[in-house]
Structures are given as C-alpha cells and as structure tokens.
Design a protein around this ligand. Sequence first.
Ligand code: AHR
Length: 494
Amino acid sequence: MQTTELSVDQRFAIGRVDPRLFGGFLEHMGRSVYEGVYEPSSRHADEDGCRRDVLEALRGLGLTIVRYPGGNFVSGYHWRDGVGPREQRPTVRELAWQSIEPNHFGTDEFMRLCRKLDWQPMLAVNLGTGTPEEARHWVEYCNCPAGTQQADLRAKNGHTEPFGVKLWCLGNEMDGPWQLGHVPAAQYAIRAQQAAKLMKDTDRSLETVACGSSGPWLRTYGEWDRQVLEGLGDYADYISLHRYVDNRADDSESFLAMGLAIDRQIEEIDAVCRAVQAQRKSRKRAYLCFDEWNVWYKNMEMSGAGVFAPHLIEEIYNLEDALVVASFLNSFVRHADVVRIANLAQLVNVIAPLVTRGDELLVQSIYHAFRMFSTRRDGISLRVAQTGPSYASKHFERVPVIDASAVLGEDTLHVFAVNRSLTQAAPLRIERGDRPLGALASAELLTGPNAKAANSFECQDVIVARPYPDVRLRDGAATLELPPLSFAALTFRP
Ligand code: AHR
C-alpha cells in the first residue's frame, strides 16, 4: 500500500483541546448505577457502597466530566426523591426504561463519586414531566450557600458547602417522540428558556446545554436546533448532539468510515449555531456539546419489565467498535474549536467500556481506545495535512485509509492514527512542517486477530493496548507500518 504522509505544524492550530471532550455519562438505566458503580452488597464495596474495582477502572479511563442522571430517565425524574435519609426515599415506577427505581443513589451520592474520581459533575434537569421551578430548586440545592430552603436541605443532608455544579443540561432528547414530555421545538424552546432563566437567576455562573437534535436521521434535524437556539438566545451556552452508530449491515468498510459522518454532523450543527448567531446579530456563540456518543446496535433490549436493575443494552464491544470509538475522538479533536464537551455513553454495563458479573469485571475493547486518547489530551489540536490512499465504501465516496488527529502539548506532540483497512498494513510517515520531530516518548497500539474479536470474562486480553516499538525516527520524521485494523497513539517530544 502507498504510504500515508501526515504533516503537522505548530503554526496551523485548530484550537485548545477542551479537557471536557473526555467526558462520560452515567444514567439510571439497567445496571449502570446499581450493580455498576454502586453495589453495597459487593465484596468490592467501599464505605459509600461504591464498587472499588469499578472505580479503579474508571479512574484509569481518565474521565474529566460526567453527565447524570440521564438520558431518557431524567425526563421522569424528580431529584427530591433521591436525597435525604435512604429509608425515607420513595421506590418509584420508572417509565423510560420500565424499571423499578429505589432512589438509593441520588444527588449526594453522585457528588461524592465525582469527588472520589475527580470528575466535574454535569447534571441534566427534567424538562419532560418536571418544571422550571423544580429545576431552579435543584440548582439552589447544589450551588447556593446554606441559609435558604433548598440549600439548607443540602446542609441537613450532610453537605454544608455547595457542590458547585457548573454545567446543566436543559432536559434530554426533547426532539424525540420517545421522550417523556416530548414537544415540538417551539414549545421546548419556551420551556427551556424559562428554566434556564430561573436557573441562571439562581446561580449566575452556571452554563446551560440546550437539547439539540438526537441524530441526523430525525425529520426535524437542523430545523429543531435552529428554533431552539433562536428561542433560547443568550440562555443557551451549548447545544447538544447525540450519535449512536452501528454496523447492522455488516459493512465494516462503511462502519470504519463513520468518523466522516461525525465530522459532517459537527459541521452541520455548528453551521446552524453560526447562522443563528448571525441572524440574532449577537456576540454570543453557542458551542457544541456532544453529550451522548458511542457504538450501539447489538443489544437493543430496552424494556426493564418492571424489575430493579434489569440487564439493558449490555453491548459487547469488538475491535472494529474500538476503532470507531477512536475515530469519534479523532473527529472531536479535529473540531476542537467548536466541540467543547463530549460524553461517552455510557460507563458501566449499559453500552459501556466496563461490564460487571457478580464480583467480576470485564474491560472491553473501547476502554483501551478511549484511554489511549484521554491520557494524551492536554494541548492544542493541530491541523493534520494528509496525503495517501483512500477507498470507496457503500456509503462513503472517498475514505482515507488513515484517520488521524494531533495534539501539541507543552513538551509533547501526540499523534493518533487509525488504519481502517481490513486486510492491509498501512505505511505511515509523520513529520512536522516547522521543525524536526523530537524523540519518541511513548507509543501504544490497539489491534487484534479480526474485526469481530472481543474480550470476554474468560479471556480479557484479546483486545488490549500494547506498547508499540516499531516506530523508526530518521531525518526528523517518523515512519511506521500500521497493521490492518489498528489504532496507534504516539507521543513525541516536540
Ligand atoms: O444512552 C441510552 C439512551 O440513548 C439515553 O437514555 C437516551 O438519551 C438515548 O436515546
């Protein structure tokens, strides 16, 4: 195969990589919270009932911000049910996933978890069956000093100091007919504007994420976003994007090209943001918050059948899924000027990098792809000039074999490259336009025996990141040969 040449140059910067691109999402769905992060009966449970083994693995993932408590769940959630003495919290019938919710884990438990793992909390308010008033009370509970009703309730529950939650989602996927309380865009915009005003009046420093389109496949895609941004005006700091991709057709060449579709979605919604800004003649620009993204199609079991902690959408991830996860992250880094937040959906058991079975823990392929990025995230995204081979797939006309991005830190240059070829090794040459490439500091490679290979409880090291020694440095450039179906994360001294 012809060599792919990648050239980066400090003078051609896209923007600072916001650490919040490496966020996650924890929803009260299936076994994500219960039997996931929280399981007081497990032999791994810590003093708060959280699973030490799960927390340790999550720590390794290097997440910066975590969205909670949903998801579709939030559109029927009343936050007061989840605070105060546990024995007094109500057990409720949960409608989004048809499950039983005992409310044993709520705001205070989530905040403690965030502190343990050094996560920034990101809360979603209920704009489905909830009210703007309920939302602003939650802000007061979380962010205001003791001395008024809701803040005093927090203090009574053991937290004198405010939690300081900066980022708040104004509902979830309100454009979707499946959502509890779904309404047309104009009505959502009014509801969200009212909530945002009350919430910002309660805490002037908070930022809001308006519900954008849940995916490009929706009839209202784009138009929903326009109406919402126009209606909310300066009350929207960010607009959300969601995307779950699949390989149902078993067309891996198209599936592995999915990063191109992500690039397109980002550019389209950003275009809407800019158009609304221009039309409003405003200095304020809404940025993008990609607050749900992942591969999801193999397990579509979404009905909890009226039980507690049912097994829902417990997807098994293979090698090609991990490469697509790397491509999502490449795309976010390439659009670092507009995408400010992104949340991998989800974290444990539910479409997740980690799966529990009793006291056992499985680390899935996508965990490694995410970690290879998140541990190399500090710096400025650089434009990657690229020449090299491409292919045509059923759904994409021209797919570069190599999918790449680069981040320049203070004393590091990180280069990320996915080889999308199913069968061929891809020769790669990396250079800097502004100076010779420095020494190689570290290199990791994620690959496996075939596209469908996956880790299991019995065999956990089928798809794992391994050190990659085969990088040669000569005349200020690096050359390597990426195996078929692989992802490399390389760190050079600048
Ligand atoms: O992540 C699972 C579900 O997918 C979320 O609850 C919802 O927002 C999306 O449709």
